[in-house]
Design a protein around this ligand. Structure first.
Ligand code: FE
Length: 208
């Protein structure tokens, strides 16, 4: 699969040295002092992606796909269009492909070069997603990585690893947990974790 990274400025973290938080703080201070950025506006952007948007949007998409076969078909056929129709689009959300977990295949997402990730659906990527270890090992030994995340695959399941790029971002459609028959999309959404949509987790069943 080609990994042609037409990197935009949002990917600056990929070239940051090992103390990114410090560097970011220094840059923010400098830009604020020069009047180039408004710290309140920055905070609002971060809050929006980390907490408000976060993975809750993605969970709504998954829960709807579990309960609405027509939507699921549309989602798998054209992810970008289907999630846009739910209002989830924007920066880092272009070109979304949804890959479905089945008893035969477990999908897992990585960006081997940096940290491409569907922001409007999942928020800002977690530190581990951006780590050198995850980026290298997800491809080399996905089953070992999955085991460390506590994911036990079915004996029948193969692992398929998807390498994200700026041109293609992936969302995993987890298998609907057993024991959720009759639950509504609103009841199902909280069962869908961020990790389940990256493929480093599975959707959990309802609490007994
Ligand atoms: Fe990337």
């Amino acid at each position: 699969m080609p990994h042609d990274h037409a990197h935009d400025p949002d990917h600056a973290h990929a070239v940051l040295p090992s103390e990114p938080a410090l560097r970011v703080k220094a840059l923010e201070t400098l830009l604020t002092e020069k009047g180039l950025v408004d710290p309140a506006a920055l905070d609002e952007i971060i809050d929006s992606y980390q907490d408000k948007i976060g993975p809750k949007n993605g969970a709504k998409v998954i829960a709807r796909a579990w309960t609405d076969p027509a939507f699921k078909a549309a989602l798998l056929a054209d992810g970008t269009a289907a999630v846009s129709e739910m209002g989830f689009y924007g920066r880092q959300g272009e070109h979304v492909t949804v890959v479905e977990n089945t008893p035969e295949v477990h999908n897992m997402v990585v960006c081997t070069l940096c940290s491409c990730y569907p922001w409007p659906l999942l928020g800002i990527p977690p530190a581990w997603y951006k780590s050198d270890a995850y980026r290298a090992r997800a491809v080399r030994e996905p089953r070992a990585v999955l085991a460390e995340f506590g994911v036990t695959l079915l004996p029948t399941q193969k692992v398929r690893v998807w390498d994200s790029t700026a041109e293609m971002r992936y969302l995993v459609l987890p298998m609907r947990p057993e024991g959720t028959e009759g639950m509504s999309a609103a009841e199902l959404a909280p069962l869908v974790s961020r990790d389940a949509m990256v493929g480093t987790g599975i959707a959990r069943g309802p609490k007994p």
